[in-house]
Design a protein around this ligand. Sequence first.
Ligand code: F6P
Length: 383
Amino acid sequence: MTITMKKSKIGILTGGGDCAGLNPAIKWVVKTALDERLEWERGVQYEVLGIREGWRGLLNVDLISSPDIRGYLEPLSQEMVRTWDRYGGTFLGTSRTNPYDPKNDQSKKVLDNIGKLGLDVVIAIGGEDTLGVAHKLSKDGANVIGIPKTIDKDLPETDYTLGFETSLNVITEEVDRLRTTAGSHKRIFVVETMGRHAGWLALEGGEASGAYIILIPEYDFAIERVGELLLEGRREGSRYDIILVAEGAKPTGGVEFVKESGVDSFGHKALGGIGEFLAREITSHTNLEVRSVTLSHLQRGGAPCAYDRRMGRYFGIAAVDLVERRDFGKMVCYQNGLISAVPLEKVIGRPSLVDIATQYDIERYNGRRTILADEEKAKESAR
Ligand code: F6P
């Protein structure tokens, strides 16, 4: 007698800005879903279909006439993904395509293609934009599960988003490199980080690398105060200084620096330029010699650090657990040391930002100098 096992097809895609940690998550979705031992326990046989280029893949794949179906679809096997956790970026490719773009809503086509491809569930690995689309698709009837990734770490309901720690390592390494040249020339270096409207990369990158001044979007800085701090440092004997500034930071009364006009299909402006502006302003206020460096996409590059490999693994495994439970419309998350899951609706539209009251020193423009004593302040700011 042959026993026929239930079959189920999982689609997986990566959307938004790439980063380290995506490939480990894909690998562990595939390995967990295709694990033969678990297959028998679950009584379901999964297939995993990689979808290339994020939502663009699900939108453009033309199942009837197009010769380039293979361009957007890639059936994934355990053998294929065996080494993927060692590599940065995403082997599935990515895009910032928004099927719900108000100027051209193509969500019906995506829903249609999910049906035509026979996908039981789509696992979307992404940040606010990608998971926002996942949430809308889920409201429109599709089975979706989210995995959080963004070097900006600005998603709520999770203490970790894939890519963040690898980026912090890049920032720390680059600052270490700058220190030798800054010291030799007695210069100030302004280092601009990514992060959009959230200061986590600059703040935690600055804390890890020991920056003298850290400027973040959550607190507008006074250029005069930056100058004062630098001169004070010189009086106390410092030969050089490192300033970390988030791309979304701005001076009091100013606006965010924008690189190009226009917005992407999710309505985002491309931020950038605050570092150069700050360098010029510091020279004019202090007469000190300043250089600026924009770390830009270096922060998204390179092999995943150990933490991103581990977290990618745990998130990937947890996503398959949700599939097995048919607990859809959720994002896997990391909260208080535990991997769990939250409804996607709780994740959308409320970015996680630095709490100035407990996590930032507004006098020194730096990380906090008290930690346990902050408990009271945290309670107050939550009230
Ligand atoms: O969302 C992640 C992010 O890295 C932001 O910090 C940054 O503003 C943006 O992506 C840059 O994106 P792009 O790849 O479109 O230049």
